[in-house]
Design a protein around this ligand. Structure first.
Ligand code: ATP
Ligand code: MG
Length: 429
């Protein structure tokens, strides 16, 4: 992709109203554009990242045996009358349509998915079953000031599972924890599993929390893996860990990137969703729900992986694999050589599935380098009159300060190795 034709460019000045690092860098680098507080357009670079995050999640959900569906965002009020949540969900956007009919914009989908699954489950043989979707959710958040971290419209992957027995539910719930950890690790996020309030139906739900000083949540945790959210915490900083009996409890600010919830019969009960068991008696159906916010994950990655020059995308979610910078010469014939080397490099890399953003503008090299650092693609290659004279490209990973020369004939192979080498940003320390 040629940068000159890319829709959405970098801005020199930071948006004056951006109160968080992710909003400032993503807007400045041309990844997103703010429509109003908590509502963003994804420009091509941002959309590529969002799609990659969603696909990483999709792969893990398929691995759990869940089927992807896509439910409506516009919900009739009567479903919420059935569950009693019309006035309970404080962030629900409510609308009135023709004939004074009332609707909600989906903030979550239990009210839609439960009666949906009910229509297709005829006997106990149809269970267990899990469905998921990746879709925009709407929440009338009071404070939507943290860029992609807290949107009023935001992307969510929501998975719902249905089970006949508690053991079967528990098994699936534990498996989902590992899938979630895989997602966050691939995205370059080191997530803690944190016990959080489960409401009236079970003792705990589990949150996936990423430590950062810009987080809104507060977690009490121990090195042994014990962790509780402030809102339920039975411990405080400095206490001896109640789980291992040795470690000291620490307090850390975090961002919640995922949440899994045992729902027991809260929704299946409300919709009177039961099935006939093997002995013909009616059996209650146990349900779980499992959420991840891909857009919040994107914002969190930026909060964690940035420096004074811009963003540093982990390889798996970077908008492109390689940022190619060409530096023009005063000599037309040299320019032609530079262009043709760039074009053949891009073509050969494409053959092996490597995606390249080519800064082909006639701009000062300093500006191109500053933009490359701001955009944060993991690997920068430069071709100029100087490197050409050495039969080489200049090679510089975004995380490193030193560049080196790589021979023209070796660069394809080296990029291939680079793309498959584990990412320093995603390896757990
Ligand atoms: P929070 O406590 O941050 O308000 P929540 O507990 O209400 O979030 P869930 O309903 O469990 O969140 O939603 C599942 C996931 O969706 C969250 O873990 C988070 O990643 C994401 N999410 C929730 N609210 C927002 C939002 N306003 N903007 C962006 N992502 C969100
Ligand atoms: Mg929460």
């Amino acid at each position: 992709m040629r940068y000159s034709t890319l829709f959405g460019k970098t801005n020199k000045t930071a948006p004056h109203d951006a109160e968080s690092v992710n909003a400032r860098l993503l807007v400045q680098a041309g990844f997103v554009n703010q429509l109003m507080a908590g509502v963003y357009t994804y420009l091509p670079l941002g959309l590529r990242v969002l799609n990659k995050i969603q696909n990483i999640i999709r792969k893990e959900m398929n691995g759990l045996g869940a089927s992807e569906i896509y439910m409506p965002a516009l919900h009739p009020k009567d479903l919420y009358d059935t569950t009693g949540r019309w006035d309970q969900i404080d962030v629900l956007f409510k609308l009135t349509g023709s004939g004074e009919k009332e609707y909600a914009l989906g903030s979550t989908h239990e009210e839609v998915v439960t009666p949906l699954v009910q229509q297709y489950v005829r006997s106990y043989k149809d269970l267990p079953l899990a469905v998921f979707q990746i879709q925009d959710k709407f929440r009338n958040e009071a404070r939507a000031k943290s860029g992609l971290l807290r949107g009023r419209e935001f992307s969510m992957k929501d998975l719902y599972s249905f089970h006949l027995t508690e053991e079967d539910f528990q098994q699936f719930y534990e498996k989902s924890k590992q899938s979630y950890l895989n997602v966050f690790q691939t995205c370059g996020l080191d997530a803690m599993i944190v016990e959080a309030s489960g409401g009236v139906f079970s003792k705990f739900s589990h949150e996936f929390q990423v430590a950062t000083e810009h987080g809104e949540d507060l977690v009490y945790h121990c090195k042994c893996g014990f962790a509780q959210n402030r809102e339920i915490a039975e411990v405080k900083a400095g206490d001896t860990c109640p789980s291992c009996g040795k470690g000291t409890i620490k307090e850390t600010k975090t961002i919640e990137v995922g949440n899994i919830f045992p729902l027991k019969t809260k929704f299946t009960g409300a919709f009177d969703f039961k099935v006939q068991g093997p002995d013909n008696a009616l059996v209650d159906i146990l349900m779980g729900c499992y959420g991840i916010g891909p857009s919040r994950v994107m914002g969190t990655i930026v909060e964690i992986h940035n420096d004074e020059r811009g963003m540093l995308w982990p390889k798996a979610v970077a908008p492109f694999d390689v940022h190619l910078v060409t530096i023009g010469s005063k000599d037309d014939s040299v320019n032609e050589q530079i262009e043709s080397s760039a074009e053949s490099l891009i073509e050969e890399l494409k053959q092996q599935g490597t995606e390249v953003l080519w800064d082909d503008r006639e701009t000062r090299p300093g500006e191109k380098f500053a933009d490359a650092d701001l955009i944060g693609i993991p690997l920068r290659l430069v071709i100029s009159e100087k490197t050409l004279a050495e039969g080489s490209f200049e090679w510089k990973p975004r995380q490193e300060t030193e560049s080196r020369l790589v021979k023209l004939e070796d660069v394809i192979e080296e990029v291939k190795v680079w793309c498959t080498t584990p990412d320093r940003l995603t390896s757990q320390e």
